[in-house]
Design a protein. Structure first.
Length: 320
């Protein structure tokens, strides 16, 4: 069995390089099915006892998770059907029994019956960076045997590799699909960040110095995102997004110095670095000298300089 597990893990990581990120989760579950037979599966990402942020359904209708979330608000006994137990697979055979030798909670029994689930093997793997959990659940219908102790042990070994290979697949997607000098990240429909490339955090903090993850500092209209749509156009950075399944691939970059300025600020910058005094600029643009001063202070802040000489160097070669 050790050799079989080693071969599976190698195949899994090879697949993380070769499979498209949008197809990897389904492909990985196909491979896991050869190690532990199951009829259906769910790979969800969320916060235990609170919210599911993303889900991949394998031979399951999407209504299953929605029904589970609705019912578990009234009965926390439903939680193990999806959330399992952290780092250790939990079998629900003691709750979901073909022979009926136990008395499962009524809601759990009804929910399992509705979606053809007779046996379940669920594992939760925590992500130390995002604080999210991956809930990887294998289900068997009434014609299947209960999951064995050996299968439980195999699942415990496989689950961390499934999660890490999926993360690798996403980061390789970053490399293959991002444009220089963009920095990438993945978020869900709630604006919660799942993974970030080095430099993405710092870019967002140039726009929002007091911001801290995991949630984006701006609202995101996930439902209307198309390929490479600009979803945020701020004073210092621009962010565009594209879909990866039910998640979003975000790409952020710093705006060019000229793009940070308004049309009026670019005009004032042009006059300022040409040597005109504030009063001359005011007369030329028919505005007050105090208004010119306010614009200049804004220009210095956006460009990151403190005087006209530094501004001229920063804008050298850039048409205002």
């Amino acid at each position: 069995m050790h050799n079989t597990l080693c071969s599976f893990v190698l195949h899994l990581y090879k697949g993380s390089r070769e499979q498209a990120a949008t197809r990897f989760t389904g492909w990985a579950l196909d491979q896991a099915r050869a190690m532990i037979h199951f009829d259906s599966a769910l790979w969800a990402i969320g916060t235990p006892g609170e919210r599911i942020h993303s889900a991949h359904y394998y031979q399951l209708p999407g209504t299953m998770l929605r029904e589970w979330e609705r019912r578990r608000k009234a009965d926390s006994g439903l939680n193990p059907l999806v959330e399992g137990r952290l780092n250790n697979p939990v079998r629900l055979d003691s709750l979901i029994s073909v022979a009926g030798t136990c008395n499962p909670p009524l809601d759990l029994s009804k929910l399992c019956s509705r979606f053809g689930i007779q046996h379940a093997l669920c594992t939760a793997i925590g992500d130390t960076e995002s604080k999210l959990h991956h809930f990887i659940c294998f289900y068997r219908n009434g014609s299947g045997k209960p999951f064995s102790e050996e299968e439980c042990s195999i699942k415990k070994s496989l689950a961390p590799h499934l999660v890490e290979a999926r993360n690798n697949s996403i980061f390789l997607h970053f490399s293959a699909n991002k444009e220089s000098p963009f920095k990438s990240a993945v978020c869900d429909r709630y604006g919660m960040l799942h993974q970030m490339e080095n430099g993405f955090l710092e870019l967002l903090q140039t726009e929002n110095p007091g911001w801290r993850p995991p949630y984006l500092p701006f609202e995101l209209d996930h439902a209307n995102v198309k390929t490479c749509d600009v979803v945020f156009d701020g004073a210092m950075i621009v962010i565009k997004a594209s879909l990866i399944g039910d998640l979003l691939h975000l790409q952020a970059r710093e705006k060019s110095r000229s793009a940070r300025l308004s049309s009026r600020e670019r005009t004032i910058t042009k006059h300022l670095i040409s040597g005109m005094a504030y009063k001359e600029i005011a007369n030329t643009l028919n505005i007050s000298p105090s208004t010119v001063t306010k614009h200049v202070n804004s220009i210095y802040k956006k460009i990151g300089v403190k005087n006209k000489t530094s501004l001229a160097k920063a804008m050298d070669g850039i048409k205002a």
